[in-house]
Design a binder for this molecule. Structure first.
Ligand code: DX5
Ligand code: ZN
Length: 216
């Protein structure tokens, strides 16, 4: 089953509760946290996440684009995350393991993220601890960028490793996922599709969610 995770970054923050109503048929709500250091942009923090938590009943999939996220993962769990993912590029392997352990100790789901230039192999040391692996299909930092189709071999490779070593782990793609690009992600083995502009910019949001889930 393909899951759709609308990215709240593309939602209208002037009335979030209203903006989130049409995405109720999605599977997760993807929340991008940017610290202005790990990526050249700043998005939102704990109070807004707690507000989002109240505005939707969707599980919150919190993508931390934050330097040394081990410092903050527990607070994101407490603020309402169901899933917390951390970038492998954001800290030492030891601290990334600690971050995953801390998320699990809070009873939440944990995973790692790889940027476009990071090879598939970078997820392997963490795969045993991952409930989800996220492959970026744009450079992290901004919504509305062009999908990088050349990430698909990486998605396929990680899908093979998941099937061999960690069945049940989800495989998510993020960036530029839209009607013209969702099918290739599904075919490469992704089962969770993040989509920001393609969902919140759609005329018929529930219809777009259903279409993306079907690969169209
Ligand atoms: C980019 C973020 C994405 C972004 C996706 O750094 O991680 O989640 O919101 O937006 P679209 O789907 O518009 O590329
Ligand atoms: Zn994201």
């Amino acid at each position: 089953m393909i899951k759709i995770a609308p990215s709240v970054l593309s939602a209208d923050f002037s009335n979030l509760a209203e903006a989130l109503r049409p995405v109720a048929s999605a599977d997760y709500l993807h929340v991008d946290i940017m610290d202005g250091l790990f990526v050249p942009n700043i998005s939102l923090g704990f109070p807004v996440l707690a507000g989002i938590r109240k505005a939707t009943s969707l599980p919150l999939d919190v993508h931390l684009m934050v330097d040394r996220p081990v410092r903050y993962v527990e607070r994101f769990c407490d603020a309402g995350a169901a899933i917390v993912t951390v970038h492998v590029e954001a800290d030492t392997p030891e601290n990334t393991h600690t971050a995953l352990d801390k998320i699990h100790a809070k009873g939440k789901r944990a995973g790692v993220v790889v940027k476009p230039k990071t090879p598939a192999e970078a997820v392997l040391p963490f795969l045993d601890k991952c409930d989800i692996v996220l492959v970026m299909t744009v450079e992290p930092g901004f919504g509305g960028q062009k999908f990088m189709a050349d990430m698909m071999p990486k998605v396929s490779q990680i899908r093979r490793w998941i099937d061999e070593r960690k069945p049940g782990c989800e495989l998510e793609v993020d960036g530029g996922v839209a009607p013209g690009t969702c099918r290739t992600c599904i075919d490469a083995g992704a089962n969770v599709l993040v989509a920001g502009s393609a969902v919140f910019g759609a005329e018929d949001i529930p219809g777009r969610i259903a279409a993306l889930r079907g690969g169209v």
